[in-house]
Write a protein that binds this ligand. Structure first.
Ligand SMILES: NC(=O)C1=CN([C@@H]2O[C@H](COP(=O)(O)OP(=O)(O)OC[C@H]3O[C@@H](n4cnc5c(N)ncnc54)[C@H](OP(=O)(O)O)[C@@H]3O)[C@@H](O)[C@H]2O)C=CC1
Ligand SMILES: CC(C)(CO)C(=O)C(=O)O
Length: 310
């Protein structure tokens, strides 16, 4: 039986972990604030894709160091935040044969893990899903539910194929890519645009952000900047990508980005991972990105105001 440890089993970790457990993997979790409830009752998951069900992990740990047997796959699903040393967090459970899997948003978030665990295979994953947490142990999956997975920095991977097969069998559509950095840039075209706009406007959903010709033109121009940065970084985007993303977003019900939800609940936001790293890539490659620079400055102001108020 494949052993899997999910570190930071919040919304994404619990939902995807449950899919892996459904098809027979031995899935354990490290969870912090929800520990008491999850260790007693497991997760209560409502999901249009996997059905409403209870997920009881094989073992529930309060800390990574409590996991004494290194897993075959260690899946990291914490938010990528300043001041969180993700390599130090997972180190106690990483063995020589452990495949490390990141399912997290952001650009260039793999480097520190790759450097810290040079001997381990690293898979990078991109979740296309809308899922949140309610009361402790309660996971509310609203829509979508797919994953893109690939070896970092590139190339084929038998481990990625194996994990993807498990996800697919468990009900989460998972595609393997040999260019996961390009796939990450593709996702950033959406996230580096919609996520910051959703909070600079207060708490805007996707329908509002695409609600007028002016706002759609603004989103489009911001996306063009991300595409230009991606191209300069060696990952040109498909010419139709922006229109596909805009149309695809119009097709789903009005949606609050993960950053908007963090803003609403006064939780730390992934501004640096999603937007700061994109802006820094623009500066590095000499690409002009005035809209993204402006959004970055505005989101940092919002973040500073929230932290001063807390
Ligand atoms: N939710 C979504 O729909 C989507 C999310 N993503 C990305 O997936 C990633 C995970 O997001 P999501 O699941 O929503 O986030 P959540 O906040 O729901 O889950 C993160 C979990 O990590 C735990 N955690 C954080 N730091 C530590 C630590 N030092 N030690 C132990 N546990 C820790 C948190 O514990 P605690 O509760 O104690 O804080 C929480 O359980 C993010 O990068 C996000 O951008 C991508 C696409 C969609
Ligand atoms: C694209 C989306 C909405 C879901 O994967 C997301 O990544 C987010 O809300 O941050």
């Amino acid at each position: 039986m494949t052993s899997i440890l999910i570190v930071g089993a919040g919304a994404v970790g619990a939902l995807f972990g449950s899919a892996l457990a459904r098809q027979g993997a031995q899935v354990s979790v490290v969870c912090r604030s929800d520990y008491e409830v999850v260790s007693r009752e497991g997760y209560d998951i409502t999901s249009p894709l996997l059905g409403n069900h209870r997920f009881k992990p094989h073992q529930v740990f309060r800390e990574v160091a409590e996991c004494k047997t290194p897993p075959e796959f260690l899946i990291l699903t914490v938010k990528v935040l300043e001041g969180v040393d993700r390599a130090a967090l997972i180190r106690p459970a990483v063995g020589p044969g452990t495949v490390i899997v990141l399912i997290e948003n952001g650009i260039d978030i793999e480097g520190e893990i790759a450097a810290a665990f040079a001997e381990n295979e690293l898979l990078s994953g991109l979740a296309l899903v809308g899922v949140g947490r309610g009361a402790p142990g309660k996971v509310d999956h609203q829509m979508l539910g797919q994953l893109n997975l690939g070896r970092y920095p590139e190339g084929p991977s038998a481990a990625a194929d194996r994990l993807a097969a498990m996800f697919n069998a468990g009900g989460i559509g998972c595609k393997v890519t040999e260019n996961v950095v390009g796939a990450r840039w593709q996702k950033a075209v959406w996230n580096a645009t919609f996520n910051p706009v959703s909070i600079t406007g207060g708490m805007l959903d996707t329908a509002v952000m695409l609600g007028t010709p002016e706002s759609t033109a603004f989103i489009r121009r911001a996306m063009q900047e991300v595409c230009a940065i991606a191209a300069a970084a060696g990952h040109p985007m498909h010419p139709k990508l922006i229109e596909q993303l805009i149309e695809g977003t119009r097709a789903i019900p009005p949606y609050h980005t993960s950053m908007a939800l963090d803003y609403k609940y006064r939780r730390p936001m992934e501004i640096e991972a999603i937007l700061g790293n994109t802006v820094r890539a623009a500066r590095k490659h000499g690409v002009s990105a005035p809209i993204l620079e402006t959004l970055y400055a505005l989101t940092k102001m919002i973040e500073a105001r929230l932290s001063a108020a807390s």
